[in-house]
Design a protein around this ligand. Structure first.
Ligand code: MBD
Ligand code: FE
Length: 267
């Protein structure tokens, strides 16, 4: 306020423009919707609870990250990406190219084998590329974020073979609901919004000299593909697994092939 616009750095001008715009739009929404003092106090208490419950990462990744990702995706030429979400943990163990993800001996759910190859934009396979995977179990819970799921469950960094190939056995992830007992769940109820995401696999695909790709894979005919609370589904990311012979355990087993194309690392 005390500085003139010519004293500002480029960053200050950008922060000024963005922050003033956000604050201005909130104030305009209050006018457009005739917000009362009672509603202002309720909204304020709700915002305070989001912080107290540690749900800002959840709130932002569910309702905001998709727009940032869509902007970033405009300049992409490799495989399609989508949002990271709040449940990535960076320290998953490295695993060989043909592997079953760490899971409980009695892990519930149908089995899924994901096969594919990681290549450069020019078509060359990338040996020693990594497929850093994490997902919910059939119960919809993520390890590291749920008391009943052992640490490290359904997480791993699969390293490709000499031909850039991988073959990962896992379970089909169940649909996911954001926590219903916290402020974000409260917002869904208050607004009559569905709190669900379709079942999905998360991946960060990386390779030496390449730009890492953050993405998710979804499954055809699943519920919530058309009303993902996190707005992260893209048609290119929907898999069509085919049933394959089982392993004798009585569980269904599906297989699908999906290749990834990585861009060169930015200069
Ligand atoms: C998830 O599992 C998720 O992937 C996102 C984007 C948001 C909330 C929970
Ligand atoms: Fe997720």
């Amino acid at each position: 306020m005390t500085t003139t616009s010519t004293d500002k750095t480029a960053l200050q001008r950008r922060v000024d423009a963005f922050a003033a715009d956000v604050i201005g739009r909130i104030n305009q929404a209050i006018i457009d919707h005739n917000m009362t003092y009672e509603e202002y106090d309720a909204a304020k208490q709700w915002l305070i609870r989001v912080g107290q419950a540690g749900e800002w990462p959840l709130f932002l990744d569910v309702w905001v990250e998709h727009t940032v990702e869509q902007l970033a995706a405009h300049s992409r030429h490799g495989s399609q990406g989508t949002i990271l979400g709040p449940y990535y943990l960076p320290d998953a163990p490295e695993l060989p190219s043909k592997v079953t993800l760490p899971m409980r001996p009695d892990e519930p759910g149908d089995r899924l084998v994901l096969r594919g190859q990681i290549r450069s934009l020019d078509g060359r396979p990338i040996a020693g590329a990594t497929l850093d995977m994490w997902q919910a179990g059939a119960d919809g819970y993520y390890s590291g974020f749920h008391p009943d799921t052992p640490d490290g469950n359904l997480r791993g960094k699969v390293v490709t073979d000499d031909e850039g190939r991988f073959e990962v056995e896992t379970v089909l992830p169940g649909p996911y609901t954001i926590p219903l007992d916290g402020p974000c769940g409260e917002l869904c109820r208050a607004a009559g919004w569905s709190p669900w995401r379709p079942g999905h696999l998360h991946l960060i695909v990386g390779g030496p000299g390449h730009d890492p790709l953050t993405t998710q894979l979804f499954f055809e005919d699943e519920e919530y593909l058309d009303n993902d609370v996190a707005s992260a589904v893209k048609p290119e990311l929907i898999l069509r697994p085919a049933e394959e012979p089982g392993d004798g355990s009585g569980r269904r087993r599906y297989g699908v092939t999906y290749d990834f194309v990585l861009e060169p690392a930015p200069a």
